[in-house]
Ligand binder design. Structure first.
Ligand SMILES: Nc1ncnc2c1ncn2[C@@H]1O[C@H](COP(=O)(O)OP(=O)(O)O)[C@@H](O)[C@H]1O
Ligand SMILES: [Mg+2]
Length: 374
């Protein structure tokens, strides 16, 4: 292969690429202050996937945009390879902006309709004088297309976006970001507009970039089946109203969820087995379907007005901190640990959580089981 992306797996498991510490984003609006992200601590390592899940409006995109340097957080820090982004020199910042690429939800809106695939893929390379001739540029563009499984490249190089399917357009977007030799891809619902079979195929391509090029992923989805499929070897962080409420290795979070909100999310996934579907629904019945407004957050735990485990005096008093849960130690964001923000579960935790396994709609088995709905 070429000199386009060239990192080996030896960096896997090393220092975090991305570290969010106490990240806050408050928007000043006509209706008052909107605390879209209220103190998030997360890390992504090379070749690893951190999946952010949660209902619409919980702050996933806001977190992702701050992580990509597209917005300046109002509190906390974003660090890339140990360096606070807000304190970077302009050269460091340029390197960070190249190393961290953001892939949007809508592949059509992200592409210039008047540019061919070749022009889109090589604009950055030509601007930064990384190619010397048109022939070299076509060669590079071809390599990028092969990386995202658009082959043979000659069939695509001279196409315009309207001549491509949604899945092909999203692959072109990914290829364009790979031209910058990224270390971290931030995918914001990047597969959610695609048909199911195309979605699985693109997820497999992204998985190849993760495994072979050691690219780290901050992968955002509202679809737990997609999270399970893509982040099985990684971690899931569940967000609710701007905060992480549960975080840990994917098999643990999906197979044995602890937070009542995580249980509700999992219970809401379509389950083909009617008995299991009934059991999941019963286990996760919410007291209210309404999501509170960010401008009038409930006291104590923000989930308490909807929570089936709500206990007056406990849950509506102080906000539950996101703390270590289960037997293994966990630094914030560290792989292998589990963190949870729930007064009730933490109090009852004297019992081992494995005494009470919540068999979920997604099951605790192999991620391939989720492929039907991914
Ligand atoms: N630029 C903005 N100005 C004001 N409010 C915003 C802005 N961007 C996002 N929000 C609000 O912040 C909250 C989180 O939004 P977002 O991060 O897009 O959530 P998600 O991606 O999880 O759906 C929402 O209530 C949204 O309305
Ligand atoms: Mg969003």
């Amino acid at each position: 292969m070429s000199d386009v992306p060239t990192r080996g797996p030896e960096t896997a498991g090393s220092e975090p690429l991305l570290k969010l510490s106490g990240l806050e984003q408050v928007f000043d609006t006509g209706k008052g202050e909107v605390p879209a992200v209220g103190g998030v601590d997360l890390e992504v390592r090379p070749g690893k996937v951190l999946c952010l899940v949660g209902e619409s409006g919980c702050g996933k995109t806001t977190t992702a945009r701050a992580a990509a340097g597209l917005t300046k957080p109002t509190g906390g820090t974003v660090a890339f390879r140990g360096k606070d982004v807000s304190r970077m020199s302009s050269a460091e910042r340029l390197a960070y902006r190249r190393a961290v690429q953001f892939i949007h939800q809508d592949p059509y809106a992200a592409l210039n309709p008047t540019r061919t695939v070749f022009s889109t893929l090589t604009a950055g390379l030509r601007r930064h004088k990384q190619v010397r001739s048109k022939a070299e540029a076509r060669e590079k563009a071809g390599e990028l297309l092969r990386l995202v499984d658009l082959t043979p490249p000659e069939s695509y190089l001279d196409s315009y976006p309207h001549q491509l399917s949604g899945g092909q357009r999203q692959r072109v977007n990914v290829a364009r970001s790979l031209a910058m030799n990224p270390e971290l891809l931030i995918c914001d619902e990047s597969t959610s507009m695609l048909d199911v079979s195309i979605r699985v195929s693109l997820l497999n391509t992204l998985g190849k970039l993760r495994d072979e090029l050691d690219v780290g992923f901050l992968f955002i989805t509202h679809d737990l089946a997609v999270a399970k499929y893509f982040a099985w070897d990684g971690e899931i962080a569940v967000m609710y109203l701007g905060k992480v409420v549960e975080h840990g290795p994917t098999p643990e979070v999906i197979g044995n969820p602890q937070h009542p909100y995580t249980k509700a999310l999992i219970g809401a996934v379509c389950e083909p087995d009617p008995d299991l579907a009934r059991a999941n629904r019963a286990a996760s019945e919410l007291r209210s379907a309404d999501i509170p407004s960010l401008t009038a957050l409930p006291s104590g735990c923000a989930f308490h007005p909807r929570c089936p485990a709500y206990e007056p005096g406990l849950c509506d008093d102080a906000e539950p901190p996101l703390i270590r849960f289960g037997g293994r130690p966990a630094a914030p964001g560290a792989a292998g640990g589990r963190r949870l923000a729930c007064h009730v579960v933490s109090r009852d935790h004297g019992r081992s959580p494995s005494d009470d396994p919540a068999e979920s709609a997604l099951g605790s088995g192999s991620p391939r089981g989720a492929a039907w709905s991914a």
